[in-house]
Design a protein around this ligand. Structure first.
Ligand SMILES: [Zn+2]
Length: 486
């Protein structure tokens, strides 16, 4: 089966054929680190991560870049409001960003380039655009001349004529066309600035992404991702800058996720419904938040509210408890027709999952396939107390694997217990050894020898030496966690 991706460029599903066989190069717009990331950002990052994980599952070697915007208008405004330097803000909120994505089980990008560390490269791109006649300078600002780039508007459908007609509110008299946008902004009083051929200033937001994408992924790469709100002007402008410079296609597939609303309304600071990931994690676990975010197809809107979170939580619990039931089944050596049926249902669920994900990453259908497996597990466990060992393992591993592609780890209480049990056993052994040590100190040789012999019988060897007592499990050599010195 071929993987199909809905390409915003052209607005239709296309077969996905990477530029280099077996390799996928992705750029996903990252956060502006002036505040904590909100759940709308989280949706974009979780969608990108799920797509990345699925491509990896399909055997592609994925190279994933997501930038950190640490200089732009928002950074400057927040710095002036808080009295923190731009650098301090950047450090605080990029740390918070990495913390949040780790909580959501989002894999770290292969590179997270920071805008402020790529200023010379950006200046070079702007210089070349000016040389080629695509940009002009006015009083230390540099603008991109959209009228010079014929394809302007090909991603968003916003053609320059329409923009000009609708741009009566535009008040910047320095621009030749109202739709022109800044590549470089002259430094204003109280703002940070870098040296450039046009005087002190800073790059525009759009040139940051074009430059860093091309630096790490080449002039043409496979997939560019981001929220729908970035299509215009951000991505339109990224294309104009990059393609004017190289004459080549910039990104081959454009993937954009839909809006996330909060109780039916667009999230905004003025409405007071602005929810950060940290806020959300006060009312639900990161697993539930992630499961909620992928429960809708990425091209459908999704609404964050108590009911939808509750539903995500209940659904996740259903999967985990079926896995727990499966683990609780006693193992036997022979396979019956019951196992054959279960296996065929679960294998079918795997192919349905893959079919759904191959069809433009249809996560709700993929989750429905997992529920088919859950249903089969439950009906097996309703009728049987035992299961053939290999079947049990295959069923368990399949569900675990499919959930892992969605970035969700299976959590069963049994697994928690297993860890607790290990700790308890470890502590019990320590306790017995301590008691025996005390007996030896009191020269109660009879009791201390008896303890050693009885431990020996259950496979635990004790060696006394002048340095103290060592113990090891004779039967299970690989349980390294048990070998401890006293
Ligand atoms: Zn970007």
């Amino acid at each position: 089966m071929v993987l199909k991706i809905f390409n915003t460029m052209g607005m239709k599903k296309e077969d996905f054929i990477p530029l280099r066989e077996g390799e996928v190069r992705i750029y996903a717009c990252g956060p502006t680190v002036y505040d904590f990331i909100h759940i709308g950002n989280a949706r974009a990052f979780v969608v990108a991560d799920t797509i990345r994980r699925y491509l990896e599952h399909r055997g592609f070697k994925v190279f994933f870049i997501s930038n950190i915007t640490d200089i732009d208008d928002k950074m400057i405004k927040r710095s002036q409001e808080t009295g923190l330097s731009i650098q301090q803000l950047g450090e605080i909120f990029s740390d918070a960003y990495f913390e949040d994505i780790a909580a959501l089980n989002i894999k770290k990008p292969d590179v997270s380039p920071r805008a402020t560390q790529h200023i010379p490269e950006m200046i070079e791109v702007i210089r070349k655009l000016m040389e080629a006649g695509y940009a002009y300078q006015v009083d230390g600002d540099v603008y991109f001349d959209v009228s010079r780039f014929e394809d302007y508007g090909k991603l968003s459908g916003n053609k320059t004529e329409a923009l000009e007609m609708g741009a009566r509110i535009e008040v910047n008299p320095k621009k030749r066309n109202p739709a022109d946008f800044a590549l470089w902004k002259a430094r204003k009083e109280g703002e940070p600035g870098w040296h450039s051929p046009w005087g002190e200033g800073r790059p525009g937001w759009h040139i940051e992404c074009s430059t860093m994408a091309m630096k790490y992924l080449g002039e043409t790469f496979d997939i560019h991702m981001g929220g729908k709100d970035l299509i215009f002007p951000h991505h339109e402008n990224e294309i104009a800058q990059a393609e004017a410079l190289t004459g080549k296609t910039f990104a081959r597939y454009w993937i954009h996720n839909e809006w996330l609303t909060v109780e039916g309304q667009k999230m905004s600071k003025s409405l007071g419904n602005f929810i950060t990931v940290k806020d959300a994690l006060k009312i639900c676990s990161p697993q539930v938040l992630r499961f909620f975010l992928i429960s809708a197809h990425y091209r459908s809107p999704i609404d964050f509210n108590r009911e939808s979170l509750k539903l995500a939580e209940a659904n996740l619990e259903r999967i985990n408890s079926a896995m727990e039931r499966l683990q609780g089944l006693r193992e036997r050596a022979n396979r019956t027709s019951e196992e054959e049926n279960l296996l065929s249902e679960v294998r079918d669920a795997r192919s349905k999952f893959e079919e759904a994900m191959d069809d433009d990453f249809n996560t709700p259908l993929a989750i429905a396939a997992i529920f088919n497996a859950v249903k089969a597990i439950n009906s097996y466990a309703d009728k049987n107390a035992e299961i053939e060992a290999l079947t049990k393992r295959e069923v368990y591993e399949t569900v675990k694997d499919l959930m892992g592609i969605l970035g969700i780890n299976i959590e069963t209480r049994r697994e928690e217990y297993a860890e607790e049990k290990t700790t308890i056993i470890n502590e019990l052994i320590n306790l017995i050894i301590d008691v025996r040590q005390e007996m030896r100190r009191r020269k109660e040789w009879k009791i201390s020898d008896e303890i050693r012999e009885r431990l020996q019988k259950i496979g635990l060897t004790i060696e006394d030496s002048p340095q103290g007592t060592r113990w090891k499990l004779k039967k299970i050599q690989d349980l390294n966690k048990f070998s401890k010195h006293f």
